[in-house]
Design a protein around this ligand. Structure first.
Ligand code: UDP
Ligand code: MG
Length: 315
């Protein structure tokens, strides 16, 4: 029998349609992993209910009462995917040797777990699940998601391309993660900073088993902004460059006007002046907005509010 205790962490928000199907698949998969001697019989599946408004928590309670392999954590209210995942991972830190995180909709192929555990046994502390293709994603999702990774890279944020939050972390990697106290959570950016030996396991991304995506465009955009402003000061540096460029251009324009004036020509152009005033105004507001983004972050961090509050644990 393997001694490695696994905690499979699954955040759930309004997943009443997907959960029963997911549970059925997990029953089979966990049994298979135990039979293959990859994980211990004391391994658990940890469902974190992120303040769902539907019957998700009732379903988790029922699953737990029928089978003690399933643990339920109920957050006091909706805190978002990243915080819900963290709550589950911090539980796993104290109760397991390795954790694997996945979505409740089984879009990440659960069969990637074998490969992940194998790589852990070969010495990796963090194994990133990476999508080998996006054949089953809609064109819109494919384009937005891939531009997201490219933008991150161009902004100097270290992320693993096409890796979402499906990953294996060892106990000591989780202890490392618990040292990061930030409130603006962007786990994909934090985890690569922990270090240790890492590896990659590839899988095909499937369609959702049931229900709708909980990440509409608005949430995706705010997630991307959070990712950039939490990990990169490049936008701040870009402001300096823009300011310098404008200064240079206006300086050249001034010299040019003076020369024209000296040569006896008239240089007044009302439209041109109005346009440039508006342009400068726009740039200033834009720059203020970027600075505001960072000040907002500082504001949130200084308050050091709890990232989640647990209402109840069933284990
Ligand atoms: N989720 C969550 N809290 C939220 C939004 C989403 O816990 O506020 C969970 C959701 O239940 C799912 C995972 O995060 O298990 C990923 O969400 P989803 O599958 O809807 O995102 P997508 O795969 O469409 O990007
Ligand atoms: Mg999904």
């Amino acid at each position: 029998m393997s001694k490695t205790i696994l905690n499979l962490v699954i955040p759930c928000y309004n997943e009443e349609e997907a959960l029963p199907l997911t549970k059925k698949e997990l029953d089979k998969k966990m049994k298979e992993l135990i039979d293959k001697k990859l994980i211990s019989e004391n391994s658990k599946v940890v469902f974190v209910n992120d303040g769902s408004k539907d019957k998700t928590w009732e379903i988790i309670e029922k699953i737990h009462s029928e089978n003690k392999m399933y643990v339920g954590i109920n957050l006091s209210r909706n805190r978002g995917h990243q915080n819900a995942l963290l709550a589950g991972l911090m539980y796993a830190k104290d109760n397991s040797d390795i954790s694997i995180s996945m979505d409740a909709d089984l879009q990440d192929d659960i069969n990637v777990m074998d490969d992940m555990i194998k790589k852990y046994n070969e010495g990796a502390d963090i194994v990133y699940g990476v999508r080998s293709s996006r054949k089953k994603d809609t064109i819109f999702k494919k384009i937005t998601a891939e531009s997201f990774y490219k933008l991150m890279k161009c902004m100097g944020v270290e992320v693993v391309f096409n890796h979402a939050d499906c990953r294996l972390m060892s106990k000591r990697a989780l202890i490392g993660l618990s040292e990061y106290k930030e409130v603006n959570l962007f786990l994909r950016g934090i985890v690569p900073q922990i270090g240790y030996k890492t590896d990659i396991a590839y899988y095909e991304r499937n369609e959702r088993v049931a229900g709708k995506s909980k990440y509409p465009l608005k949430k995706m955009l705010s997630f991307a902004t959070d990712g950039i402003t939490s990990f990169s000061v490049k936008p701040l540096k870009m402001i300096t460059s823009i300011g310098f460029l404008i200064l240079l251009i206006s300086f050249i324009a001034m010299i040019y006007s003076i020369i024209i004036k000296i040569m006896g020509n008239s240089v007044s152009n009302f439209n041109f002046i109005i346009c440039s005033i508006w342009m400068i105004g726009g740039i200033q507001i834009l720059c203020l907005g970027v600075i505001g983004e960072y000040i907002g972050k500082i504001y949130n961090e200084t308050k050091a509010r709890p990232r989640y509050i647990i209402d109840k644990i069933l284990d």
